[in-house]
Write a protein that binds this ligand. Structure first.
Ligand SMILES: Cc1cc2nc3c(=O)[nH]c(=O)nc-3n(C[C@H](O)[C@H](O)[C@H](O)COP(=O)(O)OP(=O)(O)OC[C@H]3O[C@@H](n4cnc5c(N)ncnc54)[C@H](O)[C@@H]3O)c2cc1C
Length: 261
């Protein structure tokens, strides 16, 4: 369930071993967050990886059911011996006073949509996703402020130091403003009250708030499966971001391990 990198790899590995595989994807396209990750123009390598998976899936015997949200009823009707849950994660919303006063957008959705309305954009969260989306919006001529509570040195702890340095330099060259060691204390409509590193406060006016504060695993289906009779009749596995939000490599590796065994 889920045609992100984890689900696609699990499906391909199981298919190669001669199993009959159905891959359910709620969206109309495969790829999950890998598809969104490939959108900024400097992510050609991710685009190539995504193209590879798209073609591999098309050339395989995997039956792909796009636009199909797999819930417990659908899976109960399928007589499956093995169910691989690869449903990814969801944006972990931060606790900020007044966040409900704005129509905040989740960063990955912006890549999917192509843009946001308004010219002054504040991105809360300066990890890989926040910085890439910041760069992407800056290319459209928007004024972009990326805010993170940790120091520049502590940003993107899982990222390779070279990749991190290249991305931060891209942001700087593009003119994205990066405020680290800064807390968003309160949001009131388009007004962001910031607690700066030097202990002072500052208020910024923005047209759009974007949330990029990381991911949390989607647990619902996994928990429902374990509370259903499928727990007795099928083997149930979980791979990728729905297990622990991470990177392509982890999702693909976990998918391959399950599919090959
Ligand atoms: C903007 C962005 C950039 C990134 N860049 C990188 C990068 O450069 N390098 C890197 O290693 N990682 C990157 N990542 C992280 C990487 O994308 C994820 O770790 C990876 O996609 C996780 O794969 P997954 O298969 O577990 O989940 P996902 O890719 O999230 O796929 C899950 C799929 O399950 C589907 N689904 C969910 N519930 C159901 C259901 N009930 N029925 C049917 N379908 C369902 C979803 O629609 C989705 O397609 C990036 C992430 C984002 C958001």
């Amino acid at each position: 369930v889920g045609a992100g990198p984890g689900g696609m790899q699990a499906a391909l590995s199981a298919d190669r071993r001669g199993h009959r595989v159905t891959l359910y994807e709620q969206e109309k396209k495969v790829g999950g967050n890998m598809r969104r990750a490939a959108i900024p123009s400097f992510k050609q390598e991710v685009q190539r990886l995504f193209d590879y998976y798209k073609h591999k899936i098309m050339d395989s015997s995997v039956e792909v059911q796009l636009g199909t949200f797999a819930n417990i009823n659908l899976l109960e009707g399928g007589d499956y011996q093995v169910i691989v849950v690869a449903v990814g994660g969801h944006t972990a919303m931060p606790c900020i006073d007044g966040l409900e006063t704005v129509d905040a957008m989740e960063a990955p959705k912006i890549l999917e949509r192509g843009t946001v309305s308004g010219e002054n954009i504040a991105i809360i969260g300066g990890g890989l996703v926040g910085c890439e989306v910041g760069w992407y919006l800056r290319q459209q001529g928007k004024s972009v402020l990326v805010i993170d509570k940790v120091s520049k040195e502590q940003l993107m702890p899982k990222e390779h130091p070279t990749n991190k340095a290249v991305l931060l330099s891209r942001l700087q060259k593009a003119g994205v403003e990066l405020l680290t060691e800064t807390n968003v204390c309160q949001i009131n409509g388009g007004q962001l009250k910031l607690g700066l590193a030097n202990g002072s406060d500052e208020t910024r006016s923005v047209d759009q708030v974007v949330i990029a504060t990381g991911f949390a695993p989607r647990r619902h289906l996994w928990e429902r499966l374990h509370n259903s009779h499928l727990d007795q009749t099928a083997e149930i596995f979980r791979v990728g971001d729905c297990r622990r939000p991470g990177r392509f490599f982890e999702a693909i590796n976990e998918g391959a391990l399950v599919g090959n065994n």
